[in-house]
Write a protein that binds this ligand. Structure first.
Ligand SMILES: Cc1cc2nc3c(=O)[nH]c(=O)nc-3n(C[C@H](O)[C@H](O)[C@H](O)COP(=O)(O)OP(=O)(O)OC[C@H]3O[C@@H](n4cnc5c(N)ncnc54)[C@H](O)[C@@H]3O)c2cc1C
Length: 478
């Protein structure tokens, strides 16, 4: 067998695939992204980028660009849409939410990946895969067979890669469906506002919001769970609007329409040999709290440097498997919080009472903070074993002598932040940068950051540090 033309093939150029491609390119990995759709997605689903994702953008120099295309909003009020402002002093330099159209963030990430040298082939769906000891053979539908050392399925909720691998996707099927789309209306804005104001029953899955030039964003519960690959018709919208609001507002001329469900599922394994799964391909849940895209982009951030290390040949033996052991529990926790939120948004009397109680409890800052840290992913702590509480957590963007810490992480390398002036990354200097800064705003003598910004070690002893450098960054260069 010839040596593979690519190091990594990624199936799917959504936000997860594009982020992963960019992360791999930081380490000169030869990446090909195969994307089923010939053109980027056109539906304007507004998503929220939460704090941790904004921090990732800052760590890769993308934050300014992303901020130009979105609207900043306060960080609080997202857990089950309970309108409580965030408590003061959230542990982040980027403590807000950014509302941004999904096609825009997807485009920015794709441009970022291409700018770093990733190849993206559109109109090319992965249809078959075969793996052996040396690599993976990928068969695009109607195209020539391609060969790579690894394949990552970032191909969304109905992932072909996951199905071809035969990886189980246990969880709950959709109980409800929601129709969403953009369309014109046939009645004046005042009439719409008056009708909406007159609806007494709370409907968390129903709204009409002006989108400019007579176009409205319409969301309405579907009559039943349907086939998500078939977009709803304008007549479907009219019927459901009449059922919920008593009028169809004269909707016509849809720009786009789609339906989504509330299925909740988690892949049993994120790795099967040389094939991995990330993003919606690995986990799906209802969009409450706006976490899916964030979770996928964060998967990519966790996986990128590990897979690159494997390709470059310096990865410790178990490093790639830590992708599953770290990210699978994080997704399980997100799935659980969306299950809880779904219950809290039910109009039934029991859940409404629980919601009332939780709303009261959120007056305690610690309760409110815990829920916000969950939704925004700044509370994630990977299990690195014994150690101070900060070990396993991400470090916030602190001030350092040269400016901001995150600006020093743009190349996707490890970082030794040393306030003692005595320690050194030594034989790992080709993978780990050294910042000797006695004034750095952290309350520890020295810490080691992984390329994803998580704290791998805290201490002041060179031998102990060397052990941890070996654990995360492999053998030193002598
Ligand atoms: C109404 C709604 C609101 C949402 N709001 C939010 C929010 O506020 N915040 C948030 O974080 N998330 C939100 N989400 C979830 C978010 O949209 C998804 O989690 C996100 O799109 C997942 O990104 P992905 O790259 O993993 O998958 P996708 O975006 O689905 O991308 C997968 C890509 O793979 C391609 N593909 C599929 N099959 C193949 C194949 N065989 N070969 C090659 N390519 C293939 C697809 O064309 C697609 O481009 C929302 C979802 C919905 C439905």
């Amino acid at each position: 067998m010839n040596s593979p033309e690519f190091d990594v093939i990624i199936a799917g150029c959504g936000p997860t695939g594009a982020m992963l491609a960019a992360e791999l390119r930081l380490h000169d990995v030869r990446v090909l992204v195969l994307e089923k759709e010939a053109e980027p997605v056109s539906f304007v689903r507004i998503v929220g980028l939460h704090i941790r994702s904004l921090e990732l953008m800052a760590m890769r120099g993308l934050l300014e660009r992303v901020l130009q295309h979105g609207r900043r909003r306060p960080a609080g009020g997202f857990f089950a849409a309970i309108p409580k402002p965030a408590p003061k002093g959230l542990d982040s330099a980027h403590a807000y939410l950014l509302g941004i159209p999904q096609p825009v963030i997807a485009r920015l990430l794709e441009e970022h990946a291409i700018g770093l040298g990733a190849q993206v082939r559109r109109g090319c769906a992965v249809a078959g895969i075969e793996q052996d000891d040396e690599g993976v053979t990928v068969e695009p539908a109607g195209g020539e067979r391609l060969r790579s050392r690894y394949l990552v399925g970032c191909d969304g909720a109905r992932s072909t890669v996951r199905k071809l691998l035969g990886v189980g996707f246990p969880g709950e099927p959709a109980r409800t469906d929601t129709l969403m789309g953009e369309m014109e209306v046939g009645v004046p804005a005042e009439e719409i506002a008056a009708t909406l104001a007159g609806i007494r029953e709370p409907h968390h899955r129903f709204w009409l919001r002006p989108f400019g030039e007579g176009v409205y964003s319409v969301v309405v519960p579907a009559a039943e769970v349907g086939d998500h690959s078939i977009p709803p018709t304008i007549e479907d919208f009219r019927q459901r609007l009449r059922a919920v609001a008593g009028t169809d507002f004269g909707v016509h001329s849809p720009r786009w329409s789609s339906r989504f469900g509330d299925a909740t599922r988690l892949a049993e394994r994120y790795r099967s040999g040389r094939v991995l799964l990330a993003g919606d391909a690995a986990h799906i849940h209802p969009p409450i709290g706006g976490q899916g895209l964030n979770l996928g982009v964060q998967d990519a951030f966790n996986l990128g440097w590990k897979l690159a290390a494997q390709i470059r040949g310096w990865a410790p033996e178990t490093l790639l498997d830590t992708y599953h052991s770290e990210r699978h529990p994080v997704a399980a926790d997100v799935l659980d919080n969306t299950r809880a939120q779904l219950e809290l948004m039910s109009p039934e009397p029991g859940p409404r009472a629980v919601r009332g109680l939780l709303t009261e409890l959120m007056d305690f800052d610690e309760v409110n903070r815990r829920l916000i840290e969950k939704i925004t992913a700044i509370g994630v702590r990977y299990d690195f074993g014994e150690g101070p509480d900060l070990v396993g957590r991400r470090l916030r963007d602190i001030e350092v002598e040269q400016g901001r810490l995150y600006d020093l992480l743009r190349r996707g390398r490890g970082l030794l932040l040393d306030r003692t002036g005595r320690l050194t990354p030594g034989g790992w200097s080709d993978r780990v940068d050294h910042l000797a800064d006695p004034t750095a705003a952290v309350d520890v003598p020295c810490l080691l950051l992984r390329p994803d910004g998580h704290v791998a070690w805290i201490g002041d002893d060179q031998r102990d540090l060397d052990d941890h450098l070996t654990r995360w960054f492999g053998e030193p260069v002598t």
